[in-house]
Design a protein around this ligand. Structure first.
Ligand code: GLA
Ligand code: ZN
Length: 695
C-alpha cells in the first residue's frame, strides 16, 4: 500500500549522499532543502562500504545523525538498503561474487554494481545488511519508504558465471520438469543439440555461432527472474520488520534486461529514473513513453520520478544542459503522465568521483549564484499549488501492447531481418500522442476491457493466451491494429504453420505467404486508397486477404498490387494489419482513421506539444506543455476552463511560449475535439494522408 498523504502534496527531493561531505555541509544542506521545498530524500544508496567497513562491523553513527537532522528539518527519508554496490572487501573475500560476461571475463573492482546475483555469501551479506538497517531505523520518525538496492540490471543484467549456470538449470527444471520437454521446446533435434543430462546445459555463452534461440530467450527470462529473487530477498526482510512501510526499487523505463510487468507486482509504488537527452529534438517523447509505462505497470497507480538530472548528466559523450525552462516543463510532463513525486540525482553535485560533472540541485557554484538552483527552488514552490494532481487518474482509451518476451524474441539473431522493437514502439506511440491521446502500455495477458483501441506495433511473439485475449477483445467490439511480423511464434519461439500469422489469421482475416524484408535505406512504394503513394521501409510481404478489406497496396516489384494494409470486421470489432513500416504521417493518418471510426475523441497535436488529460473527482485537467526551446504555439480551447491553482478563467485562445506549461481545469470532461493547435513543427497527420474509413 502506498499513501501519498504523509507527504502533504507532491513529493519533491533528490538522492542525498552526505557521506561525500563534511558535517558542516549537512546543516547547510538541511536548511537549503527547506528553502527548496524538499520533503523527501533518498539516503544511503551507495553507503555499504561506510556502514559496514569490515565484515560484520557496523558504523551507523553518521547515518543516525543525518536521519535526525533531516527529521528536525521536516524532511522525510526514502531509506536505501545500501546494497547497490558491495564494498571492495566483499569482492576480495569472495572472488566468485564478481559477475562474469558472456565471453567469460570476470569483472573487477573499481566501478559499482559488482555482484553476481546468485552468489550465496553475497546474498547472505545483503540479507544481513538489510536487516540491520531495517531494524535500526524501523521506528525512526523520518522514515517514509524503503528504496531497495538501486537500478537493478543497469550495468549487469546477465551474469554468465557457473553459479548462475546452476541457477539457470534449476529454473529450467522448474519450467519444463523433464529434459524431454526442454529438448522439445528448444528444438534441439537440430544441430545435434539434444541434452541427455541437465549438467550439459549452459548459459548462452560466447559460442562458435548463434546459440540456440529458445535457450537465449529462456536465459533472458531467467536472468530477469534471478535478479528479481535478489530483490525479493530484501523485500522479505523489510516486510517482516516494517510491514507498513512502502517499498520501491527504481526502474529504468524500457530497460531491456528486466521484465518490469513482473517486477512491479512486488512493489508498493513504482519509481523511475529518467534521463532524456536534452540534445534530442523531442526529449519528451522518450520520457513520456517511460512515464506511461510506469503508470501502466500497476494498473494506473501514480508513480514517483525517483531520479532525473537537474541539468546535464556526465555519462554521455557530450552532455547537453537543460536550457532554462526545460527542467520545469519536463517535470510538469511527469505530473501530467501520473507522477506524484519529482526527485533528482543528486542533491549536491559531487566534487570528486565518477559523477562530479553530473548536475545537482546544488551546483558546484553553490546555491545563490546558480540558475539551476533558482529553477529547482521555483519548482519546489510551484508544486504547492499542484497537490490536487496527486489524487488524479490518467485514463486512456488507447493502449500500446508491450511485452518483454516479445522484445527479447524479436531481437534474437537469425531473423528474416534485424528488426528493433523500440523504434517501432516509439513511432506508434508518437503518432498516438499526436492524436491527443493519453496512452497506456498494456501487457498481452491483461484485461483489455477498458480500452477502445489496442495498438501492437509488433507482436512477433504472441502466446496462445494473448492471441485469445485479443480475439475476445475484437469480438467484443474493440479495435485492434497490428504491425507487420506479428503473431508469428509462440512462447518457445516456434513458428505457427500454414500461413503467417498463425496465431492471428482469423482475427486479421488474412494469411501471409512470404516476407520480403527491405535492405537498410531501401524503400518500397505503398499506394493508399485515396491514390496517394508513400515510401515505406523495412518490410514488405505477400498478403492474401481472407475476408479482410484492402486499405493500401504495394506499388512495386513482384508485390505490386498486393495488399499492404488491411482491415477486417471480426465479431463486433475491427482488426487492422500493416504489412510494412509506413512513414510517420501515413501511420498517423491510419491510426487517426481507426480512432475516428469508433468515435474516440481526438485532436491533432504537433510533436512539440505534450497534451494530456488528468481526471479528478471534480472534473478534468488539460495539461498543455510546449516542449520546444524557441517555437510558440497557439491553442484554441474548449470553453469553461480555469487555470489550475490560480482559478482565473482562461481566454478562448492561448499562446504557449517556448517551454510554457498551462494546466486548465474543467468542471466536466475536456472536449478534446474542440482543441485546435496552430503553429508547431510537423503536425503528424495531414488530410491527404488519412486513409479512408467507413462507419
Ligand atoms: C543513475 C543512478 C545514479 C546516478 C545517475 C546518474 O540513475 O541511479 O546513482 O549514477 O544514474 O545519472
Ligand atoms: Zn553469476
Amino acid at each position: 500500500m502506498f499513501d501519498i498523504k504523509p507527504f502533504g502534496g507532491v513529493i519533491y527531493g533528490a538522492d542525498y549522499n552526505p557521506e561525500q561531505w563534511p558535517r558542516e555541509v549537512w546543516r547547510e544542506d538541511a536548511r537549503l532543502m527547506n528553502e527548496a521545498g524538499v520533503n523527501l530524500v533518498s539516503l544511503g544508496i551507495f553507503s555499504w562500504a561506510l556502514l559496514e567497513p569490515r565484515p560484520g562491523e557496523y558504523d551507523f553513527g553518521w547515518l543516525d545523525e543525518v536521519m535526525d537532522l533531516l527529521h528536525e528539518h521536516g524532511v522525510g527519508v526514502n531509506l536505501a538498503t545500501a546494497t547497490a554496490s558491495p564494498p571492495p572487501w566483499l569482492s576480495l573475500k569472495y572472488p566468485d561474487s564478481k559477475p562474469v560476461t558472456a565471453d567469460g571475463v570476470r569483472l573487477e573492482v573499481g566501478g559499482r554494481q559488482l555482484y553476481c546475483p546468485s552468489h550465496a555469501a553475497f546474498r547472505e551479506h545483503v540479507r544481513t545488511l538489510t536487516r540491520q538497517i531495517a531494524v535500526r531505523y524501523a521506528a525512526h520518525p523520518a522514515l517514509r519508504m524503503w528504496h531497495v538496492n538501486n537500478e537493478y540490471g543497469c550495468h549487469i543484467d546477465q551474469c554468465y558465471c557457473d553459479l548462475c549456470a546452476g541457477n539457470f538449470r534449476d529454473w529450467l527444471h522448474g519450467q519444463y520438469g523433464t529434459l524431454e520437454a526442454l529438448n522439445a521446446a528448444w528444438g534441439t533435434a537440430f544441430w545435434s543439440q539434444r541434452y541427455g543430462d541437465w549438467a550439459e546445459i549452459q548459459p548462452p555463452r560466447r559460442a562458435p555461432t548463434y546459440p540456440n534461440p529458445t535457450q537465449q530467450l529462456d536465459w533472458r527470462r531467467f536472468s530477469s527472474d534471478n535478479i528479481l529473487e535478489l530483490y525479493r530477498l530484501e523485500v522479505g526482510v523489510l516486510r517482516e520488520v516494517t510491514p507498513e512501510v512502502p517499498v520501491t526499487t527504481n526502474f529504468l523505463g524500457f530497460l531491456p534486461g528486466l521484465d518490469y510487468f513482473k517486477w512491479a507486482r512486488e512493489e508498493d509504488v513504482v519509481s523511475l529514473d529518467a534521463y532524456p537527452d536534452p540534445s534530442d529534438a523531442a526529449p519528451h517523447l522518450d520520457a513520456g513513453m517511460s512515464y506511461d509505462l510506469m503508470r501502466s505497470l500497476r494498473g494506473g497507480q501514480r508513480w514517483i520520478l525517483m531520479e532525473q538530472a537537474p541539468s546535464a548528466v556526465n555519462w554521455r559523450q557530450h552532455n547537453a544542459v537543460k536550457r532554462p525552462g526545460l527542467m520545469r516543463v519536463l517535470n510538469h510532463q511527469a505530473l501530467a503522465h501520473g507522477a506524484s513525486g519529482l526527485m533528482f540525482f543528486q542533491w549536491r553535485a559531487s566534487r570528486a568521483g565518477a559523477e562530479k560533472y553530473h548536475s545537482g540541485m546544488v551546483q558546484h557554484v553553490g546555491p545563490e549564484r546558480s540558475r539551476v538552483w533558482r529553477e529547482v527552488k521555483a519548482l519546489g514552490q510551484e508544486l504547492g499549488s499542484l497537490s490536487a494532481l496527486t489524487r488524479a487518474s490518467v485514463q486512456s482509451r488507447v493502449a500500446v501492447m508491450f511485452d518483454w518476451n516479445n522484445w527479447w524474441a524479436l531481437e534474437l539473431d537469425s531473423k528474416p531481418a534485424a528488426l528493433k522493437l523500440m523504434p517501432l514502439v516509439r513511432k506508434w506511440y508518437a503518432a498516438l500522442r499526436g492524436l491527443g491521446q493519453n496512452v497506456d502500455f498494456v501487457h498481452p495477458d491483461a484485461d483489455l476491457g477498458a480500452y477502445d483501441v489496442i495498438a501492437l506495433p509488433n507482436g512477433y511473439l504472441l502466446t496462445q493466451g494473448a492471441a485469445e485475449n485479443l480475439r475476445t477483445f475484437v469480438q467484443g467490439g474493440g479495435t485492434f491494429i497490428a504491425g507487420f511480423f506479428s503473431g508469428i511464434v509462440d512462447k518457445h519461439e516456434h513458428v505457427g504453420l500454414g500461413g503467417y500469422p498463425g496465431f492471428l489469421r482469423d482475427v486479421l482475416g488474412l494469411w501471409v505467404e512470404e516476407w520480403a524484408p527491405l535492405q537498410p535505406g531501401e524503400t518500397t512504394r505503398v499506394r493508399l486508397e485515396a491514390g496517394e503513394e508513400v515510401q515505406a521501409t523495412q518490410w514488405a510481404e505477400v498478403i492474401h486477404p481472407e475476408g479482410a478489406e484492402v486499405l493500401a497496396t504495394f506499388g512495386e516489384d513482384y508485390l505490386a498490387g498486393g495488399a499492404a494494409v488491411t482491415r477486417h470486421a471480426f465479431g463486433a470489432g475491427q482488426a487492422y494489419y500493416l504489412g510494412s513500416d509506413l512513414p510517420q504521417p501515413a501511420l498517423a493518418g491510419l491510426l487517426e482513421g481507426a480512432l475516428r471510426a469508433v468515435n474516440v475523441p481526438l485532436c491533432i497535436v504537433p510533436e512539440q506539444l505534450d497534451l494530456s488529460v488528468s481526471t479528478l473527482e471534480e472534473g478534468q485537467v488539460l495539461h498543455l506543455l510546449n516542449v520546444h526551446p524557441t517555437a510558440p504555439l497557439t491553442v484554441t480551447l474548449p470553453a469553461g476552463g480555469e487555470r489550475l491553482g490560480g482559478g482565473d478563467s482562461v481566454p478562448g485562445t492561448l499562446t504557449l511560449a517556448p517551454y510554457a506549461a498551462e494546466l486548465i481545469r474543467y468542471a466536466g470532461v475536456v472536449d478534446l475535439a474542440a482543441v485546435r493547435v496552430q503553429g508547431g513543427e510537423a503536425a503528424v497527420a495531414s488530410e491527404q494522408q488519412k486513409l479512408p474509413v467507413s462507419g
